[in-house]
Ligand binder design. Structure first.
Ligand code: RIB
Length: 306
């Protein structure tokens, strides 16, 4: 069973479905409303566990009811939470999410996520020893992510940076990540260029090596040393794309850790991301291994040469 470490955020998601996004000063009737366990870090940890990996999470919650609930939910999913710490006198991270016709917009109040320090990650660094992959996102401080990347690399783990949400990064971050997985918008924000190939090439000149760009229901582009490849996502009945990126990154990491090729790992990842869109809620949508394998097999059968 591959071992994966995730260093990142835990959020309580406050999710509302809405006919549209209100303009400033406007109130519109919306709903239904749910609270759901989220945070890109925690979602990726749970998704890796549901894919069959042994997972440890590094993170911080506040000393409030949301914090205990989020830690317990990770434990129930089989994630090692020994490095999920509590910050006294601080609120747990909260995400306010509006879902409009299956797509989402997210506002984050980081709370304790913003207190995850390089020192926390250094203290928990023994978790990186023997890990196949280490996953990072940008809902915790950049200096913590950088330190985590350095430590994970030193321990021999493959490093994956899902740079969401956009935060300015030093070039070192691109070089430290074996795989850099932005979505289309983030690629443009990091590169300042709107074309995918041009944007990826700009990031490669800043030190990035393997770049995989998720492009929603179209699938994902691989930009590496070889010619760019689009891996198409299967068509599904999408109701909520929240967490699809997390499902993608987690399945990609688990497949790589199991020794799959880059192309096969992305094929598994697009299936996982697509399945995540078929259920409402980020955590609720994260698929289990059997579903991903079944969908991947159908996709392979339809296009055996890919
Ligand atoms: O990727 C989806 C996640 O982004 C949500 O769970 C929310 O918490 C935000 O972090």
């Amino acid at each position: 069973m591959p071992r994966i470490v995730v260093a990142g955020s835990l959020n309580m998601d406050l999710v509302m479905q809405s006919p549209r996004v209100p303009v400033l000063g406007e109130t519109i009737p919306a709903g239904p409303f749910v609270t759901s366990h989220g945070g890109k870090g925690a979602n990726q940890a749970v998704a890796c566990s549901r894919m069959g990996a042994s997972v440890a999470m590094m993170g911080r919650v506040g000393d409030d009811a949301f914090g205990s609930e989020l830690r317990e939910s990770l434990e129930r999913e089989g994630v090692d939470v020994s490095a999920v710490l509590t910050t006294e006198g601080c609120s747990t991270g909260v995400a306010s999410i509006v879902v409009v016709e299956g797509d989402n917009g997210i506002l984050i109040a980081p709370g304790a996520n913003g207190m995850l320090s390089p020192r926390d990650v250094r203290t928990a660094a023994p978790l990186f020893e023997g890990a196949s992959c280490a996953l990072f996102q940008l809902e915790v401080p950049v200096e913590t992510v950088l330190d985590g990347l350095r430590l994970a690399k030193r321990a021999g783990a493959r490093t994956i940076l899902n740079p969401a949400p956009f935060m300015p990064l030093p070039d070192e971050a691109f070089a430290l990540a074996d795989f850099f997985i932005p979505n289309r918008i983030e690629l443009e924000q990091f590169s300042g260029i709107s074309g995918l190939a041009e944007g990826a090439s700009a990031l490669r000149s800043r030190g990035a090596s393997g770049i995989v760009v998720t492009v929603g229901k179209e699938g994902a582009w691989i930009f590496g040393d070889a010619a760019p490849v689009l891996v198409r996502a299967p068509v599904v009945d999408a109701v909520d794309s929240t967490g699809a990126g997390d499902a993608f990154v987690a399945a990609f990491a688990v497949a790589l850790a199991e020794g799959e090729t880059l192309r096969d790992a992305v094929e598994m990842a697009v299936c996982s991301g697509a399945l995540a869109c078929t259920r409402f809620g980020a955590r609720e949508g994260l698929p289990r291994r059997a579903e991903v394998d079944a969908l991947a097999a159908v996709v392979k059968q339809k296009s055996p040469s890919s």
